[in-house]
Design a protein around this ligand. Structure first.
Ligand code: EPU
Length: 431
């Protein structure tokens, strides 16, 4: 499928955020820990939740959808091997803990997901081993066995990995004894998963300095949980408002989850107002340059640098972005340069402290020289977040852009074309 986009319109009006993709998918997996039904409210109907739905159904879950609501119920585990999934993302490895707890064995496919770096899962595998799972890595799968269940352990993560932290939590809640995770990820989506699990009966203590302690329990019960709003969507709409010189009220955007972004936006000339329904975004003055370094929460999130870079192409001066989470997340700058931007990539740690990619040859920093007018492009979406770059840049470019491979965007943004049309954008889906 493709989008055609005519640039030049100011986007104005209100838009409702959906529940966070990166919380919803993990919560579907968390529901597998109990034989009772779970209800997820504010549930996003996106490609990634469809992929996880297929995974859960193979395992034995019964799914009933309402309006932005999912009832998910797995009375019995029907299958522990889920190799026949028709589509892939990075979620199946998180199902190992629940499958081991309820059936003592699991086999899940090697992960898919965005092409933004090698994305190893060594931290997941080592943690599951520390909890007592025997793991065999084959050409296309991870096989895990723990016939007598998992046992609590102390795990030091060498990097505060979101996925590894979630994997440990999901595996430890029904393990015997206490598990401690040091250097854990504390992203809002991780905290929301912890909230859901607590309400299912899990014992989880979020301590200081990125320490999480989990005391295993015998059984978990069903829950009704309302998923936090998607902060990546919030940032995308904020950048759209400022880039098009428009004015958008992003309903349910939460200041708590966006502090670093709001600070950076203000510094370059964007404006925002916190109101009861969410956050209103607009352009306050001519945009100016900034230096940014992405990092683990509460730092500037790696998923925000792509839409923000589009803004920086319209800002006066030289901006720098140093990406410290993924090795290879600037592929989209080729598209922006083709449209007229002036962005140079560098393998040095520009602007900030040296990161773990220093001297490894990865193009993980950029300099953006602006402002540069953009012209329309015909392009193919590389991954989810760079797909949003394609949309925002096309909306401020002169002419009509054609964007192919938009299924990638549908993985993470619900009906994005209809919601943008509601804000006045000229965007059409070609099937
Ligand atoms: N890493 C390892 N070993 C591991 C796990 C991670 O070296 O075992 C490295 C990764 O290669 C990467 C870094 O640690 O360089 C961060 O990875 P992390 O595990 O934190 O990320 P993730 O769980 O795979 C989630 C989101 C990403 C988001 C990151 C960072 C989901 C499904 N994905 O990925 O979201 O960028 O956390 O916050 O939750 C997106 O939504 O577009 C997206 C990519």
């Amino acid at each position: 499928m493709k989008f055609t986009i005519n640039g030049g319109k100011k986007l104005q009006g209100e838009v409702q955020l959906t529940g966070a993709k990166n919380a919803a998918t993990k919560m579907m997996i968390a529901s597998l820990l109990t034989e009772e039904p779970c209800i997820l409210k504010n549930f996003p109907q996106i490609g990634d939740t469809e992929i996880v739905a297929e995974l859960c159904q193979l395992i034995g879950a019964q799914l009933e959808y309402g309006d932005h609501e999912l009832k998910i119920h797995t009375p019995v585990i029907k299958q522990t091997e889920v190799m026949s999934l028709s589509r892939r993302n990075r979620i199946p490895i998180l199902a190992i803990g629940p499958l081991l707890a309820r059936a003592g064995e699991a086999e899940v496919p090697i992960l898919g997901g965005d092409k933004i770096g090698p994305r190893p899962v060594n931290l997941h595998v080592n943690a599951l081993k520390a909890l007592g799972a025997e793991i065999t890595v084959t050409k296309d799968s991870y096989k895990a066995v723990a016939k007598d269940g998992l046992k609590g352990a102390s795990i030091d993560l060498q990097f505060p990995s979101v996925g590894a932290t979630e994997n440990i939590i999901l595996a430890a809640v029904l393990a015997k004894g206490e598990t401690t995770v040091n250097n854990a990820a504390i992203e809002p989506e991780v905290i929301d998963l912890i909230k859901m699990l607590q309400n299912m009966g899990a014992v989880i203590d979020l301590g200081a300095n990125r320490t999480i302690k989990i005391t295993g329990v015998e059984k978990l019960k069903g829950v009704t949980h309302s998923i936090i709003s998607d902060r990546n969507e919030a940032v995308s709409f904020a950048c759209l408002a400022v880039a098009t010189d428009g004015d958008i009220l992003v309903k349910d955007a939460r200041q708590n989850d966006l502090l670093t972004f709001l600070d950076a936006l203000k510094k370059i000339g964007g404006g925002y107002e916190i109101v009861d329904e969410g956050i209103r975004f607009y352009k306050e003055k001519e945009l100016s340059s900034i230096e940014i370094e992405t990092g683990s929460h509460p730092k500037f999130m790696t998923d925000w640098q792509q839409p923000f870079t589009v803004l920086l192409t319209q800002a006066q001066g030289n901006s720098i972005i140093h990406e410290t989470i993924y090795e290879d997340r600037f592929g989209y700058t080729n598209d922006l340069n083709q449209m007229g931007a002036d962005i140079k990539t560098s393998s040095e740690c520009l602007g900030g402290l040296d990161c773990r990619f220093n001297s490894k040859g990865f193009s993980h920093s950029i300099t953006v020289h602006g402002p540069t007018p953009l012209k329309a492009i015909n392009t193919q979406v590389r991954d989810l977040r760079s797909g949003m770059v394609n949309i925002i840049s096309a909306l401020i470019a002169e002419g009509t852009s054609l964007i192919s491979g938009i299924e990638e965007i549908d993985r993470g943004y619900e009906k994005i074309d209809e919601r943008l049309q509601g804000l006045g954008a000229e965007i059409n889906r070609l099937r």
